[in-house]
Write a protein that binds this ligand. Sequence first.
Ligand SMILES: CC(C)(COP(=O)(O)OP(=O)(O)OC[C@H]1O[C@@H](n2cnc3c(N)ncnc32)[C@H](O)[C@@H]1OP(=O)(O)O)[C@@H](O)C(=O)NCCC(=O)NCCS
Length: 168
Amino acid sequence: MLIRTATADDWPRIWPFFQAIVAEGETYAYPEDLTSDQARALWLEPAPGHAVVAVDEAGTVLGSAKTGPNRPGRGAHVATASFMVDPAHGGKGVGAALGRYVLDWARANGFRGMQFNAVVETNTVAVALWRKLGFEIIGTVPGAFESKRHGYVGLHVMYQPFPAPATA
Ligand SMILES: CC(C)(COP(=O)(O)OP(=O)(O)OC[C@H]1O[C@@H](n2cnc3c(N)ncnc32)[C@H](O)[C@@H]1OP(=O)(O)O)[C@@H](O)C(=O)NCCC(=O)NCCS
């Protein structure tokens, strides 16, 4: 598996699983009537954002992630990230690889930590994965997400600080 910068040419391969994941109604609060162009603009963020795809040897897009500053201006030293793995390729380590990639990218780009703003509490695979990668739940906004299956459920804010770089 290779993780590389996503280009506009990758979007037709991302859009089907982006649509499927949003339509499932369990993990993201994107509007369900986004057009492909609107979704592309939200996902393939220009710099200082950074969007990537995970591809296999045949070039098949397995999943995608985007990262960048969580806030502009005086919040821009904390990164954030979002992830979507094609359900057809789930459970094969793609999400974990994308998670490690964005953490490395954020550390290498001088961020001081990474914050996830809205991890749905019933998304137990994601919550467990982010914990394994070093995130902790800072708090939970009760009922902030309307899950198709579970009704109103909480949204976790998850965070991990990065160690300060060693000084000589
Ligand atoms: C969450 C998500 C990114 C995980 O990606 P993935 O490629 O399926 O995850 P991985 O294969 O790297 O697996 C990570 C861990 O989750 C476990 N896992 C993955 N899918 C699972 C499933 N359906 N049921 C149970 N466990 C599962 C794996 O076994 C692995 O656990 P381990 O580290 O103990 O072995 C992916 O499911 C996804 O895109 N979900 C929809 C969108 C989403 O939730 N994005 C994140 C929002 S915060």
